[in-house]
Design a protein around this ligand. Structure first.
Ligand code: BES
Ligand code: ZN
Ligand code: ZN
Length: 511
């Protein structure tokens, strides 16, 4: 889909549909909606007076213009109360409106820039949100389905703005929004892919392709190198599968004069059957998405390579299948992690923390700091918080705050959980330095405490995205299936760190 910005009067736009908006409680719409209302002989204010159109969030009213406007259709999208308007609503309203228009076969759409008028939001951010809403809301995963002739796509979306002085900012917003949303869709594509089409080797190939497109360096560690490095935890998880594990490393050097490099780590279990501690069969197909954290990290790196912020970032994604077999690791087995710590594997289904233990050790050996890891780590996190937010935990409050703030900008919620020292005791083993599962209660916290044992004093934020990896319905920018969370948060976090370090450097030079 092409997305462009035009200066002009939207009521005169010839697109097959024009999208306007309405705030809740407004009786006589102003701005572009008001102008179109007049051209339609007061049709919109009549709908409001009759109580059919209220401007409520997610409400859509479709009006045929019957020759009174160049465009055959007007779609009025409700934005809710004006004082509650946020960028999230601009994203979601755009997505909902465009999905509706696609369903009825509309191929070209013009939209006003929701939020940039009386909404009082920054025009560039509104344009970014509209591009994100369009690209993410219209996402479909159709690779394995027969082509359906009725499933047409929207070819072009035009943002129409009367004020010429805003056009440049709007174009910048659209360009950024496109990259962020395309990154999220890349993460969705990888996560939605069935496990027979996305093995660790194929995930590594896709990372390589992303690196090539975005100008990143890509290195893939093979089993032999893992053996040399002593990655017994990752190798232990992988040993039950015929698919060899891959440790995917992507490097972006946007600030080559400095050594400091941020580490983004993502869990890359391409299928989690649970291993010998096998999962129940209901719900098991869903575990093809147990690499969602790794996918988000790879997709974020692709966007970072294209946006070119002044910062160094290295991604580390341990990829493996967790399968039961004659060669699989058994409950009670002891493995030696790269850090030298021995781990008693009391439950082979707690494999994410095992592969991350070695990824963290590798990241620290590479000198990465701070570290952010992203993982579909525990069902316990989803029980604790539900589907609305990703859980986060940290040993560095200031860093965690920055991730949460980046999430706010991206419209992705994070909620912090405590790392209570008391629960460390749950991880004591009789035969090894640590065991991989504690008690059922507080399971998301003890999982994070397990990772903390390998993180040491490196500043670190852990994101447990088990609650948010999947959407079970179409809602705003979310469509059924993989969400692409927290790809946009990671990108926005990296951009904010880069802005900060550019500022710090300028200060250092007395500018
Ligand atoms: N990948 C799962 C966690 C998960 C479950 C993510 C459901 C998304 C949806 C993880 O590897 C796992 O199996 N965790 C176990 C840990 C338990 C054995 C301590 C869990 O949560 O049940
Ligand atoms: Zn598991
Ligand atoms: Zn898992």
């Amino acid at each position: 889909m092409e997305i462009k910005v035009e200066v002009g009067d939207i009521s005169q736009h010839p697109a097959r549909a024009i999208v306007l908006n309405l705030f809740e409680g407004v009786k006589r719409p102003g701005g572009a909606t008001g102008a179109v209302d007049k051209a339609l002989g007061g049709a919109i204010s009549q709908l409001i007076a009759d109580g059919e159109t209220k401007g409520k969030l997610n409400e859509l009213t479709l009006i045929h213009t019957l020759g009174r406007l160049p465009s055959p259709r007007v779609l009025v999208a409700g934005l809710g109360k004006q004082q509650e308007l946020k960028l999230d609503r601009v994203r979601d309203a755009t997505a909902t409106a465009l999905r509706h228009l696609r369903r009825i076969g509309v191929r070209t759409v013009a939209t006003i820039v929701h939020g940039a008028g009386v909404g009082g939001l920054e025009p560039q951010q509104c344009a970014q949100a509209i591009a994100e809403g369009a690209v993410m809301g219209l996402y479909r995963f159709t690779r394995h389905k027969k082509k359906n002739e009725n499933e047409r796509e929207i070819d072009a979306l035009t943002l129409v703005e009367l004020d010429r002085t805003k056009a440049a900012a709007l174009r910048r917003g659209v360009a950024t929004g496109r990259i962020l949303a395309e990154a999220a869709n890349r993460a969705r594509d990888m996560a939605n892919e069935p496990a027979n089409y996305l093995t660790p080797a194929i995930m590594a190939e896709q990372a390589q392709a992303a690196a090539q497109e975005a100008g990143l360096e890509c290195e893939v560690l093979e089993r032999e190198q893992m053996q040399e490095l002593g990655m017994g935890a990752l190798l232990g998880v992988a040993q039950g599968s015929t698919q060899p594990p891959k440790m995917i490393v992507l490097r972006y050097r946007g600030d080559p004069r400095r050594k400091a490099t941020l580490g983004l780590l993502g869990k890359g279990i391409t299928f989690d059957a649970g291993g010998i501690s096998i999962k129940p069969s209901a719900g098991m197909p869903e575990r093809k998405r147990d690499m969602s954290g790794g996918a988000a990290v790879i997709a974020a790196m692709w966007a970072i390579g294209r946006l070119k912020p002044r910062i160094n970032v290295t991604a580390v994604v341990p990829a493996a299948e967790n399968m039961p077999s004659g060669s699989a690791i058994k409950p009670g087995d002891v493995v030696r992690a790269m850090s030298g710590k021995t781990i008693e594997v009391v439950n082979t289904d707690a494999e994410g923390r095992l592969i991350l233990a070695d990824a963290i050790a590798y990241a620290r050996q590479q000198g990465l700091s701070p570290i952010v890891d992203v993982a579909t780590l525990t069902g316990a996190m989803a029980i604790a918080i539900g589907k609305a937010a990703t859980g986060c935990m940290t040993n560095s409050q200031a860093l965690c705050q920055k991730v949460i703030a980046a999430g706010e900008a991206a419209g992705e919620k994070f909620w912090q959980f405590p790392l209570y020292e008391e629960y460390k005791e749950h991880l004591k083993s009789d035969v090894a330095d640590i065991k991989n599962v504690g008690e059922r209660e507080g399971g998301a916290i003890s999982a994070a405490l397990f990772l903390a044992e390998f993180v040491g004093d490196t500043p670190w934020v852990h994101l447990d995205m088990a609650p948010t990896e999947r959407s079970d319905k179409h809602q705003g920018i979310q469509v059924k299936g993989a969400t692409g969370i927290p790809t946009r948060t990671l990108i926005s976090f990296v951009l904010s760190l880069a802005r900060e370090s550019v500022l710090a450097q300028q200060k250092g030079q007395g500018r």
